[in-house]
Design a protein around this ligand. Structure first.
Ligand code: PEP
Ligand code: MG
Length: 364
């Protein structure tokens, strides 16, 4: 990790005296979390739990779950995932020393866990104790024309409640473990549901989360507190933020998806053909790098107003890439968000940007 000099600490100390925004980091490995902590992150604003399964051993369990033919097989795979998640959460919580951590339920379409074109299905099938044909069938079945607008986010939790249940159990168990080891921590894990568009979705999934969490707490005779919130990353969620706030403890603006959905522009493809369009020809900025204040920004302002009209203390943050962009951080400060969350190496920039914004635009 980076050794941090006295000058760095002094500069950041000045910045911290002024800024109103907290600065968190997006991280899912203990190494990234530790790096973020060193840079002064005040928590993790986004643990992308899907990334925790992308190593070779771990992805196998997810594949077994997808390929399971019986409920027993499926549960066996989910149980494997459970053990891995609990261990990984403990490590990440430990790295953050009791600071808040927002853990997001699995978000991407499940086909992202299956082999891509060109991979050797024979070998993989043998490893998974299945046939290449069965593997191919699963790939075909999970295919979607528009996966980013498809079977992902909260929709996954509805189709696969056992995943949401397992993740919740692992989060609560890990939180109990670390708070028993560190009696002075007031650690409150924050469980986050992705891609909500409607109060009904959140209510339904919250039911699964609360049932799972309460069962674990009871089994451990624990009075640990936890929060349940959602991402605001669809325009509809932003516009219905007052309704949705009735069931949410916090909102995190997912400005990557919110930008994609507001512009109707694929975040994964745009860079390859629209770079010059956004940077020079038509616009003078790239909306995936710097927050589009006029459109996406308006949705964030509206959602903030609506959410706080129902819950004045609703905790609000941003965890899209914009959280580490100075102009976007200034906007977040002006709107009155509580925190920005960015990649670990952007934490110092975000701390400085938050201080500059606070000096330029004083707020409480
Ligand atoms: C987002 O959409 O802004 C976000 C943070 O989630 P992800 O990038 O994982 O979709
Ligand atoms: Mg997203």
């Amino acid at each position: 990790g980076a050794g941090l000099s006295g000058d760095y600490s002094r500069l950041m100390g000045w910045a911290d005296k002024f800024r109103k925004l907290q600065v968190r980091a997006n991280a899912e490995t203990p190494a990234d979390a530790a790096q973020a902590y060193k840079f002064g992150a005040e928590g993790i604003g986004l643990v992308r739990t899907e990334h925790m399964f992308f190593d070779e051993q771990k992805i196998k369990a997810v594949r077994e779950m997808i390929l399971a033919k019986t409920q027993t097989q499926r549960q066996k795979a989910v149980d494997k995932m459970h053990v891995m998640q609990r261990e990984d959460f403990i490590k990440v919580f430990e790295a953050m020393q009791g600071q808040p951590v927002t853990i997001r339920l699995i978000d991407p379409p499940l086909h992202e866990f299956l082999p891509k074109e060109g991979e050797n299905l024979e070998a993989l099938a043998a490893e998974l104790e299945t046939t290449p044909a069965a593997l191919e069938k699963a790939i075909v079945e999970l295919h979607e024309v528009n996966p980013m607008m498809g079977h992902r986010g909260c929709r996954l939790a509805v189709s696969y409640p056992e995943i949401a249940k397992m993740q919740t159990e692992a989060i609560i168990e890990a939180a109990i473990t670390v708070t028993e080891a560190h009696k002075d921590w007031r650690f409150v894990p924050e469980i986050m549901v992705p891609l909500i568009t409607d109060l009904k979705e959140l209510k339904y999934i919250k039911g699964i989360i609360v049932a799972a969490a309460e069962a674990v707490l009871k089994a451990h005779d624990s009075d640990l507190k936890y929060m349940i919130g959602t991402m605001v990353e669809t325009p509809r969620a932003a516009l219905l933020a007052d309704e949705i706030a009735t069931e949410a403890d916090f909102y995190s603006f997912g400005t990557n998806d919110l930008t994609q959905m507001t512009f109707g522009l694929s975040r994964d493809d745009a860079a390859s053909y629209l770079g010059s369009y956004y940077d020079k020809k038509i616009f003078d900025f790239d909306p995936f790098a710097t927050l589009d204040l006029r459109g996406v920004g308006q949705l964030i302002e509206r959602a903030t107003e609506l959410g706080r009209s129902v819950k004045p203390n609703l905790k609000l943050g941003i965890c899209g890439e914009h959280g580490g962009d100075p102009a976007s951080v200034e906007f977040c400060h002006k709107v009155g968000l509580n925190y920005v969350s960015c990649s670990p190496y952007r934490v110092p920039i975000a701390r400085l940007a938050a201080a500059q914004a606070a000096i330029k635009f004083p707020r409480d």
